[in-house]
Design a protein. Structure first.
Length: 192
């Protein structure tokens, strides 16, 4: 089970990275287009040069909303990626001063607390989605569950990564103990 969950965690992380990059590219292109259409196509120089062309039709009213929603998804996908790689902000002072026996237990406790938070977000994420299912975005006409769903997706991703972290801490500790027993048995063939 550990191998399956670890592999699933890696695949979800890879898919999250791909989606994050894809959404970032969409947001970047839309931002560059909005800047170009507003400040170049609608500039006084272009208006005087081509007075017969109405460049305001090139200004997309929904692009700003798209950019905003892409950044929402980028942030929440990024949370899962950072959680997987353990690069999020942490307070580690207690971990540094604890004896080795207690460090592993504290790490498991931290992951269990994180899992509880993610479960809380999943439960209330569904409530938010039910509430927002009747809301439509003003410019794009999107159902807002597509946007608020980022919280739920992020929580599911982080819960998966947290579960794998717990498995690695618990099963990894057992595997280390078995390796030590085998090494001791190999060093002392007369024991046992």
């Amino acid at each position: 089970m550990k191998g399956f969950m670890t592999e699933l965690s890696k695949k979800v992380d890879k898919a999250s990275k791909f989606l994050l990059i894809f959404f970032f590219v969409i947001a970047f292109v839309a931002t560059v287009y909005q800047v170009f259409s507003r400040f170049v196509l609608q500039s006084s120089i272009v208006q005087k040069t081509l007075p017969m062309v109405d460049f305001s039709v090139f200004n997309l009213s929904w692009a700003e909303e798209l950019i905003r929603y892409m950044f929402v998804w980028i942030v929440f996908l990024g949370i899962g990626i950072v959680y997987k790689s353990k690069e999020h902000a942490q307070v580690e002072i207690l971990l540094h001063y604890l004896p080795e026996k207690l460090k592993g237990k504290l790490q498991v406790l931290i992951e269990v607390i994180n899992s509880a938070v993610f479960l809380f977000l999943i439960v209330y994420g569904f409530s938010i989605l039910k509430f927002t299912s009747q809301q439509i975005s003003p410019s794009m006409g999107l159902n807002m569950t597509l946007i608020y769903g980022s919280v739920l997706v992020c929580s599911l991703i982080c819960l998966l990564h947290s579960f794998v972290n717990i498995l690695n801490l618990v099963v990894g500790k057992e595997e280390k103990a078995r390796i030590v027993q085998v090494e001791v048995a190999n060093e002392n063939p007369h024991i046992g």
